[in-house]
Design a protein around this ligand. Structure first.
Ligand code: PMP
Length: 442
């Protein structure tokens, strides 16, 4: 189990950079599978944190980036942008809704893209405050962590100018059981937040995840995001969608806001955009991204190699029909997991859209007490059985399922079988809890 590679990692790599839940010394990856240095193969339901949308090691990406690198390995922003960056910007402008003048900003991670939002939106609106959601994950840099409401970020000092409001969680409604979840939250914003610490005339915008992923894979009620858009329009605030995790086909549409035909003012992209190469983008109203020259600029932003990977990635998603595939296979996966829920008392809720699925574990379906230790145990056992899943949520009790969009029916069946086995092993106390605690960092 303990590979020398892992010991070297312990010695050399900053703890600040890792949550190493699985002790895997990775050798290679292809499609939906990762292989370790001993030759063991794992089905990866995390897609490397939703990066491998089209799967690992796609041959079309590798040939494109080679050609791109050989043509032009790099160009700085001192010269006019080269054609790949322009083509990608045009593609992203065309893919996002809204007929207003739009521009594109490029970075390397979801964090720097959300830093762009934190810096430029208040500046452009001449309003100092923003609203975001409790449980949201927007990044680890200072601006993006200020926008975040996830416990991983709220322990740091960030900007006090971002007010966090409850996310509409149908399974754990923030104001108690009610059929009026959307109305209650929107009313809370208008009647409490606006009248106390965050007046609308001083609020630049609201940033939201269409499905709150790291916060617990929470799917809001259908009327919530349209209601939020209406609120933003009424008070002339910008509506910002962070699509870093669930964008680019994962939910069964290009973007999560396409399900309700919404038109955000700002769209943030990252993770799967570069199919593994570092690239992020903000697509926004021109006046936001033009508020200052050179004020949010990084040396390698929009580099030709990452841009060529992103362009090819978009073409692959289209040409391989991966959006429809995510929708259809997502429905199947959800159905199979609901069958498992009927068998396993600890599964309190199963929810999702396309291939963004959450399985929430509770000690008891009535009290809904979060079962964090059981969640870590099931994930760990799945790992031993050759299936990679990880947990999310402010209570760390939601198994997150975000596989590559190319996952097959057979692989979904296999994944459900392994989960079923892991739950049986948990019930029969066959899981090595010391190992679980060690890897979960408890
Ligand atoms: N936004 C969302 C919705 C995310 O899920 C994440 C990462 N989990 C980020 C932003 C941050 O992205 P990165 O890790 O690339 O900085």
């Amino acid at each position: 189990m303990s590979h020398p590679f892992l010991a070297a990692e312990d010695q050399l790599i900053a703890n600040a950079l890792k949550i190493r839940f699985y002790p895997i010394a990775v050798q290679s990856a292809k499609g939906t599978r990762i292989t370790d240095q001993d030759g063991k193969s794992y089905l990866d339901l995390t897609a490397g944190w939703a990066v491998a949308g089209i799967g690992y090691g796609h041959p079309r990406i590798s040939s494109k980036i080679k050609i791109s690198y050989e043509r032009l390995s790099f160009t700085s922003q001192l010269s006019a942008p080269e054609p790949t960056m322009l083509s990608l910007a045009q593609e992203l402008v065309n893919m996002t809704p809204g007929s207003f003048p739009k521009k594109v900003w490029f970075g390397h991670s979801g964090s720097d893209a959300n830093d762009c939002v934190a810096k430029l939106v208040p500046l452009a609106k001449k309003r100092a405050r923003m609203i975001s959601f409790m449980g949201s994950y927007h990044g680890q840099t200072m601006g993006s962590l200020s926008l975040s409401g996830h416990p991983a970020q709220t322990r740091f000092i960030g900007s006090g100018n971002v007010v966090k409001i409850p996310y509409p969680n149908p399974y754990r409604p923030p104001f108690g059981e009610t059929p009026r979840l959307t109305e209650q939250i929107l009313q809370y914003v208008e009647q409490e937040v606006f009248r106390t610490i965050c007046p609308p005339e001083d609020t630049a915008g609201i940033i939201v995840e269409g499905i709150q992923s790291d916060g617990g894979l929470i799917v809001p009620p259908d009327d919530f995001l349209p209601g939020l858009q209406e609120l933003c329009r009424r008070y002339d605030m910008e509506l910002i969608f962070d699509e870093v995790k669930v964008g680019l086909g994962r939910t069964g549409k290009w973007f999560s806001f396409d399900h309700e035909n919404l038109v955000p003012d700002v769209v943030v992209l990252g993770k799967s955009l570069g199919a593994g190469l570092p690239i992020s983008a903000v697509v926004a109203k021109q006046e936001i991204l033009d508020v200052g020259t050179g004020i949010h600029m990084f040396t390698a932003s929009g580099n030709p190699v990452s841009c060529s990977a992103a362009l090819e990635n978009i073409r692959i998603i289209q040409e391989e029909g991966l959006i429809e595939r995510a929708r259809v296979n997502g429905e199947y996966f959800l159905k199979r997991l609901k069958e498992l829920q009927a068998k396993v008392e600890w599964i309190g809720d199963v929810r999702g859209r396309g291939l963004a699925i959450g399985v929430e574990l509770v000690e008891d379906r009535v009290t809904k007490a979060p079962a964090a230790e059981k969640t870590a145990a099931v994930c760990y056992r799945c790992f031993e059985l050759g299936l990679l899943v990880f947990y999310v949520g402010i209570h760390s009790n939601v198994i997150e399922i975000t596989p590559p969009l190319v996952i097959s029916r057979e692989e979904i069946d296999l994944a459900v079988e392994v989960l079923d086995q892991a739950f049986s092993d948990l019930a029969e106390k066959k899981i090595n809890m010391d190992a679980v605690r060690q890897y979960a960092g408890w």
